[in-house]
Ligand binder design. Structure first.
Ligand SMILES: NC(=O)c1ccc[n+]([C@@H]2O[C@H](COP(=O)([O-])OP(=O)(O)OC[C@H]3O[C@@H](n4cnc5c(N)ncnc54)[C@H](OP(=O)(O)O)[C@@H]3O)[C@@H](O)[C@H]2O)c1
Length: 324
């Protein structure tokens, strides 16, 4: 089968495109014909070795797929040949990835695609939307009626955070470039603030008079010093981006108000957490509430270029769709 793979962790230019032996499913696996895959920031971290994780070599890159069941092992009940399915947890922790004509998916990591949902749309959303679900509800413990601030609300993860939080009945305040304010409002933000405004801290304070219950910054700036003061009693910050940021932390303002900061990466989510997130993602996909703003179609042979584009910051708010 054709695949995009690496021989060892390294730069994007080392991704090769060529023939590899077709994967063989075990008894509790499902063999999937891949219809679409995509590229996420985390794929570049795994490929480069920045996120250390066991990788079989040669390693097929890629985390997400939408595809059709080609064969199901005897210990993988519930899936039949031809079913439309998706997965968003391949390509790390010893598992081969999704950027190939076929992939093997453990049955507890495979979900049905709801009827009528375009595979090309779904593949762009399953990583950002599952990330948003876990960040908001598992790690952020968001409740209806609470105030959540999404910094970078027009980005891929940011837009999913805005959509999921608003759908759950939270009041969403987003920050974004001024040109993206309308988009953030359309997907559910009650207020949108220009992140380049020099008075952003004051504007956030006015927009959240009772304090921020949950704050998530997808831009990875993580400027905690002004932010901690804006949190409500027991307000929380979920850190999910900006691996190299070194923020100043006002300790007293944090602990004297029972405020908290927690880090989160989806790569450590359990299969039960991923399945819970998948249920929420499927409901929103079926309702037409999740869609990318702009798609960049690319062939499998261009995967190295797709990794370079995301590393150069050229895919902000845009999603690559690769059809092997
Ligand atoms: N922890 C996890 O499990 C997890 C999972 C998925 C992704 N992530 C991380 O999430 C981050 C975002 O991914 P993405 O795909 O959503 O990227 P993206 O589409 O590029 O979104 C980033 C957004 O941040 C905005 N932005 C830039 N500077 C800002 C600032 N100072 N204040 C507020 N917003 C600002 C950008 O707006 P402009 O383009 O207008 O400047 C853009 O809309 C990445 O670092 C990724 O690694 C983490």
């Amino acid at each position: 089968m054709r695949a995009a793979y690496i021989e060892r962790p390294g730069p994007a230019g080392d991704i090769r495109h060529g023939e590899l032996p077709a994967p063989r499913p075990g008894p509790t696996d499902v063999l999937v014909d891949v219809l679409a895959t995509t590229v996420n920031h985390v794929d570049t971290f795994v490929r480069s070795g920045a996120f250390p994780t066991p990788l079989p070599l040669p390693f097929v890159v890629g985390r997400d797929l939408v595809g059709r069941v080609a064969a199901a092992g005897p210990g993988a009940p519930g899936f039949a040949v031809g079913d439309l399915v998706w997965c968003n947890s391949l390509g790390y922790d010893g598992r081969q990835g999704s950027a190939a004509e076929q992939a093997v998916v453990p049955v507890d990591r495979l979900y049905r695609l709801p009827g009528g949902v375009d595979p090309g749309v779904a593949v762009t959303m399953v990583h950002p939307a599952a990330t948003a679900y876990l960040a908001l509800f598992v790690h952020g413990r968001l409740r209806p009626g609470q105030t959540v601030v999404v910094a970078g609300g027009a980005g891929n993860v940011g837009a999913a955070l805005v959509t999921l939080a608003a759908t759950a009945g939270a009041r969403v305040v987003a920050t974004a470039s001024a040109r993206d304010a309308g988009h953030c409002r359309r997907i559910g933000a009650a207020e949108v603030l220009d992140y380049r405004d020099p008075d952003l801290t004051d504007r956030l304070r006015s927009a959240c008079p009772d304090g921020i219950d949950l704050h998530l910054d997808t831009s990875g700036r993580n400027e905690l010093e002004p932010l901690v003061d804006l949190l409500a009693l027991r307000g929380r910050i979920v850190l999910l981006a900006g691996a190299r940021s070194r923020p100043v932390l006002p300790a007293g303002a944090l602990y004297m108000h029972d405020r908290g900061i927690v880090g989160f990466v989806i790569s450590h989510a359990t299969t039960a957490e991923l399945a819970e997130a998948a249920g929420a993602v499927n409901r929103l996909l079926a309702a037409g509430r999740l869609a990318p703003r702009e798609v960049v179609p690319m062939p499998l042979s261009a995967l190295a270029e797709a990794h370079q584009m995301i590393e150069r910051g050229e895919l902000r708010g845009r999603r690559v769709v690769i059809t092997p």
